[in-house]
Design a protein around this ligand. Sequence first.
Ligand code: ZN
Length: 198
Amino acid sequence: MKVILDNGHGVDTHGKRSPDGMFLEYAYTRKITKLVLTKLKRKGIEAVRLVPEENDILLRDRVKRANDICKSGGKGTILVSIHCNAMGDGEEWMPARGWSVYVAKTASEQSCRLATCLAKRAISKNVIVRYESSNQLYWKSNLYICKKTECPAVLVENFFMDNREDVDFMLSQEGMDCSTEIIVEGIMDYINTPDTGK
Ligand SMILES: [Zn+2]
């Protein structure tokens, strides 16, 4: 099996930053992606970065890359796209906070199981987690990357970049460790739980 890690956006993506410009989504998601990659490799899990470049890669090119890896990676290959959330347009600080995970509206059972594994790990940390209901610990949305990728795929919205408390947390060592561990531990839970084949 292989884990495909997609870091959101590039240095040239418009917006995607905190209102004070101190927090940049592309930079943060690359940092977390690299930490997740290193930790997974240490656990003997093969992981690859979908976008090693610093610039933005078109979604359709990302999907093509992901599906090429899905084909060569064999059964059990999964994709985790790492992003940060925003409530507003980035002009001012907003009240919404917390971590959440998304799947496509057409998500497979495995995608939902992967999202649940991540959400359970997030809930086990001392952070705010946003989810649809206690029966569904993830959100369903029309996400191109999740919908078009041929292997199980989830998108993590790693706290809010237009909330001051969330930004302070994300930039702290505790926040970076937390963001990384939720993804690594969630992936390990997914791998270690037998697939019921539903
Ligand atoms: Zn994003």
